[in-house]
Ligand binder design. Sequence first.
Ligand code: SF4
Length: 484
Amino acid sequence: MRVQGFPWYNTLDMEETKIRNRVRSFERDVFEMPEMAADLGKGRTFFIHTYGCQANVRDGETLAGMLVNMGFTEAGDVDDADLVIFNTCAIRKAAEDHVFGEIGNLKHRKEQNPEKIFALCGCMAQMPAVVERIRTAYPQIDLVFGTHNLDRFPRLLQDFLDRRERTFAVESVPGSVIENLPVQRTSAYKAFVNIMYGCDKFCTYCIVPYTRGRERSRMMEDIVREIKEFKASGGKEVTLLGQNVNAYGKDLGMEDGFTDLLNACADTGIDRIRFYSSHPRDYTVSSIEAMRTRENIMPALHLPVQSGSNDVLRRMNRGYRIERFYELFDDMKARIPDMTFTTDLIVGFPDETDEQFEDTLKLVDYCKFDLAYTFIFSPREGTPAAGYADGIPMRVKKERLQTLNDRISLYARQKNQGYIGRELLVLCDGPSKKNPDTYAGYSEENKLVNFTGRNIQEGDFVKVEITDAKSYTLDGRAAERKGL
Ligand code: SF4
């Protein structure tokens, strides 16, 4: 067995990671497929199981692109694949437990077919405790590689196949920016485009700065080129991805890099631009102005606030006071009244009092979010908040979550009912998963719309008259197809 990654392999240490992240230079390179790996996949199949956020989905597309370039073909499921990759998420314990359950089930498959290769990558692979558990208790996993080693995957796979020796490539480094990585996109019309990687914010509950390295931006010309190429191939919508897109370009010395990037992306003429995710700390009025003035930047903002209480925000190390969030919200609503506004909220942060939870409800009452992703605090080993004293019983946390969800659902439904009778422009994703007689797609405001119509294809823009509203979806009928 080979373990690469000392000295970081045995520890997840905040101070060490912060020191690591102070390194201001990191590798910029261009990916080239190693010659020896080019034919590795001939006659072999692969299946990638992706968990978690859009960054992981995008990583999964990169892995698929590499595998196709190596001659692999995609299998329909785990059973039909010669190589199975678990592309994992570490943001919450429940996600981690789920993956352990899945890989535990692989044991008998490996016994039946020892030639089958099982690999695990993504954020879990950057957590030393997880890696140690896999090393000692999950011998069916052949190859573990971290988020910092994505570009080395063909070489690691080739090494494994040459030696058939379990391999762990999990070093924690400041990170790199590697261009020209292959990609096999899951949609011909919608694309995730990484604009930056990593995060320097060190929220006390979050594992991401440890698993994804320091904030580092791609060069603007590389991002714009990717969007132009996607548009030229028929692409219609891009989502710019980063843990904190508002910090784009800071490491490149740009003053207002995200606004400059938004404008440069809008200049490509692609039909729709979205971005995910934002941070209140780095928000600039100029980026909201870009959203207001450029018609291909969609009027939908996801701005995670996490709590309505200043004390909780301070202990989370979020870097802003709640008054700042209220100000931002008012300013955005004044500039773009029709903009939809979504957020993330954590309940049951260690020792969160009733009053602090009430502050979160007050915030929800004020903002009436279109949607909020809500979570009970999940301690992540090695992060500061995992060591905070917490006297709040899980029963209370669950009750708070229910109260919060009921409130959010109420406002979401009210907001959605305001769309009844209006016409929204929807980019069709194809037949609805739940009902193949209807279509589904997202409006400019990022509302999920199920609608009836005829002869509509995935990738069509359709004007849809909204006839009904639920908390999280709208129903409607196609009024007219645009641009066909
Ligand atoms: S800004 Fe987001 S990704 Fe970064 S540490 Fe905070 S919660 Fe995690």
